[in-house]
Design a protein around this ligand. Structure first.
Ligand code: CP3
Length: 342
């Protein structure tokens, strides 16, 4: 096995960690903005296999990252289940909602989701042909809780209030919705793997707002269900779980999710994560993305700190969350050079 990312995921401690960035195909790149313009809007870009493959490849050509992540979005699953979805310029996503049993009953049956999602599998096929030999292709989906927060509220929310409210008011409906998303996600990810995705990442961006037993039941348990189902169908498939905002609850997340790697945000220090999480397997993270905006000596110092803290076990270098549109390309290159010791 030569690909560095796959070696780290298999538990190998490497002299230089593999590196990629969440949202590496994005608005901080002029070439992304140009291709998006050609596509028209964000969703048209997601559903155009040639252009989606093109923006996936852009950061690989420019920076030589060790992994490429499929260009798509976690909200394509709600759309495939029949919800209306739009991205308003500068406003984020807007969806029709699921808040009643009738809404749930109106969702499309599982075996029809591929009618909507097949262009995404075509993007994966193009990428698995066109990526450089040493670059690993990562497929992904949102975790059921995070996807449900958008389906219930119809938009992004600072505290996921509407989803928490439905969970208290009608727990059976909430759980039935999570179950539907879980099933759809397994089918969607399985098709990505069949098309050529070598690793799967599950993004639970809003895991941090789940408290007490809800965190186990609605973040960790669905991630484990998805992971186990995928590994049963695709033996040896590596999975990365990202329960963002888990804090000290990152400890034990390998066992609780069944994932090969736990991705860590910058809410915990790398030294703490090395002692409490990396002990159980590969970790990914966790430079604060603001350093790619602010740069300077702190960027180099903090990059070195993350590399050093995780140097004694399997590690994939990444940010704690996605790169922001105001980040500078020079700072990205400085981060990469620092990680690779150039
Ligand atoms: O990481 C990558 O480069 C791969 C592609 C990717 C996107 N979204 C492209 C995107 C991935 C893995 C995602 C995941 C995603 N999408 C998450 C989970 C990760 C996270 O960031 O917490 C979430 C919550 C979403 C939902 C979503 N998509 C929102 C809330 C928004 C609007 C906010 C924003 O940044 O504009 C998006 C849009 C989006 N998804 C963009 C990109 C590149 C920006 C769209 C654009 O204007 O071009």
């Amino acid at each position: 096995m030569t690909k560095l990312l796959l070696r780290a995921l298999a538990g190998e401690t490497l002299p230089v960690p593999p590196i990629w960035m969440m949202r590496q195909a994005g608005r901080y790149l002029a070439e992304y903005r140009a291709t998006r313009e050609r596509a028209g809007d964000f969703l048209s870009l997601c559903y155009n296999p040639d252009l989606a493959a093109e923006v996936t490849l852009q950061p690989i050509r420019r920076f030589g990252f060790d992994a490429a992540i499929l260009f798509a979005d976690i909200l394509l699953i709600p759309q495939a289940l029949g919800l209306h979805l739009a991205f308003e310029a500068g406003e984020g996503p807007r969806l029709s909602t699921v808040t009643t049993e009738a809404d749930l009953a109106r969702l499309k049956p599982l075996d029809t989701i591929h009618d909507t999602l097949s262009p995404i599998y075509e993007t994966v096929r193009i990428l698995s042909r066109e990526l450089p030999r040493d670059t690993t292709l990562i497929g992904f989906a949102g975790a059921p809780w995070t996807v449900a927060t958008y389906m219930i509220a119809g938009r992004g929310t600072p505290d996921q209030g509407p989803a928490h409210a439905l969970k208290s008011a009608n727990r059976p409906l909430f759980e039935a919705l999570l179950h539907r998303i879980t099933e759809a996600t397994i089918e969607y990810l399985s098709q990505q793997v069949q098309a050529g995705a070598e690793v799967i990442k599950i993004f639970d961006s809003w895991a941090g707002s789940l408290e007490g037993p809800d965190f186990d039941a609605y973040s960790l348990a669905p991630a484990r269900q998805i992971t186990e189902a995928l590994k049963a169908r695709h033996p040896g498939l590596p999975v990365i779980a990202f329960p963002r905002g888990a804090g000290t609850r990152y400890e034990g997340a390998h066992a609780a999710t069944g994932a090969d790697c736990v991705a860590i945000d910058d809410g915990v220090g790398p030294e703490w994560a090395a002692a409490h999480v990396q002990r159980d397997g590969c970790v990914q993270g966790n430079l604060a993305s603001r350093h790619l905006v602010t740069g300077g000596p702190a960027l180099v110092e903090e990059t070195r700190r993350v590399v050093r803290a995780f140097a004694n076990g399997p590690h994939i270098f990444n940010l704690g969350h996605g790169i922001t549109p105001d980040a500078s390309i020079e700072n990205v290159q400085i981060m990469i050079d620092t990680v690779r010791g150039a």
